[in-house]
Design a protein around this ligand. Structure first.
Ligand SMILES: C[S@@+](CC[C@H](N)C(=O)[O-])C[C@H]1O[C@@H](n2cnc3c(N)ncnc32)[C@H](O)[C@@H]1O
Length: 217
C-alpha cells in the first residue's frame, strides 16, 4: 500500500513540477516587462520624464463635438488663448479661425512638429497659431485671456490652483470633459464625454473669497 502511494506521489511530482519559478526565468520576465513598459511610456508620454507621475497626461484627441462645445463657450471672447497640452493642434486651429491668437503648449515633440507642419500647410501665420514645445506646469500663463485644457481628472484641481495664481481677472478657463471640482462653472456646453465647462476667473475668485455664497446656492 505504502509503495503504491509513493508511486502515485512520484507520478504527480512528475506531472506538476514544483510551483517555485526558476530565478533566471523570473529575472528575464521582470526585465522583459520593464523594457516593454519603457517602450510603451516612450510613445504615450514622450518628453514628460521630468513631470511627476501624478501630473502625467497621455495624448487623447478631443472629438469634433467636444471642440464645438469649447468654441460655443468661447463665443463673444477675443484675445490670446492658451491650449494646455495642445496635441495635434485641433483646438488651437479652431480658436484661431474664430479670431483668437492661439498658442498650444505641448510636451510631445512629435505632436508639436505635426501641429506646426499642419499650420504651415494650412497657411496659418504664427501670429494666429503658435505651437511651443514646453511643459505648461512651468510656464507663466499670466498673459493669456483664455485658457483651454483637455487633460485628466487627477490634475484638474492642481491646474486650478496654478491658474488662480496667474491668470488676469477677466480670464476665462474652459475645462474639457474633466471639470475643476473645487470651482463652480459659470456655464457648460454639451453632455457626457463631450461636455466642456467654463469658469470666469473673477467669479471663481470672488466665490472662493466668500465660500458661504456657494453653499447657499
Ligand atoms: C488629452 S490630450 C489633449 C490634446 C488636445 N488638446 C485635444 O484636445 O485634442 C493631452 C495632451 O497634453 C499633453 N501634455 C501632458 N502634460 C503636458 C505638460 N505638462 N505640458 C505640455 N503638454 C502636456 C499630452 O502630451 C497630450 O498631447
Amino acid at each position: 500500500m505504502e509503495d503504491s502511494i509513493e508511486l502515485i506521489l512520484q507520478d504527480h511530482v512528475g506531472i506538476f513540477p514544483s510551483s517555485k519559478p526558476h530565478p533566471v526565468l523570473s529575472a528575464c520576465t521582470g526585465a522583459l516587462l520593464t523594457g516593454l513598459y519603457g517602450v510603451w511610456s516612450m510613445f504615450v508620454f514622450p518628453g514628460s520624464r521630468r513631470i511627476p507621475w501624478r501630473l502625467k497626461v497621455p495624448y487623447l484627441p478631443s472629438s469634433k463635438v467636444q471642440t464645438q462645445n469649447v468654441m460655443k463657450l468661447l463665443e463673444g471672447r477675443r484675445g490670446r488663448l492658451a491650449d494646455l497640452g495642445s496635441g495635434d493642434g485641433r483646438l488651437v486651429f479652431a480658436a484661431s479661425s474664430a479670431g483668437f491668437r492661439g498658442t498650444g503648449f505641448e510636451i510631445n515633440s512629435i505632436l508639436v512638429a505635426y501641429a506646426r507642419s499642419k499650420a504651415r500647410w494650412k497657411g496659418i501665420p504664427s501670429s494666429q497659431a503658435t505651437f511651443v514645445k514646453k511643459d505648461f506646469w512651468t510656464t507663466d500663463l499670466s498673459s493669456y485671456d483664455n485658457v483651454t485644457a483637455f487633460l485628466a481628472p487627477g490634475v484638474m484641481d492642481v491646474l486650478g490652483e496654478k491658474l488662480l495664481k496667474e491668470l488676469p481677472e477677466d480670464a476665462l478657463v474652459i475645462a474639457c470633459r474633466f471639470p475643476i471640482t473645487s470651482w463652480s462653472p459659470q456655464s457648460s456646453a454639451g453632455s457626457g464625454l463631450d461636455r466642456a465647462f467654463a469658469y470666469d476667473i473673477s467669479s471663481v475668485r470672488s466665490r472662493l473669497r466668500t465660500p458661504s455664497s456657494t453653499a447657499a446656492e
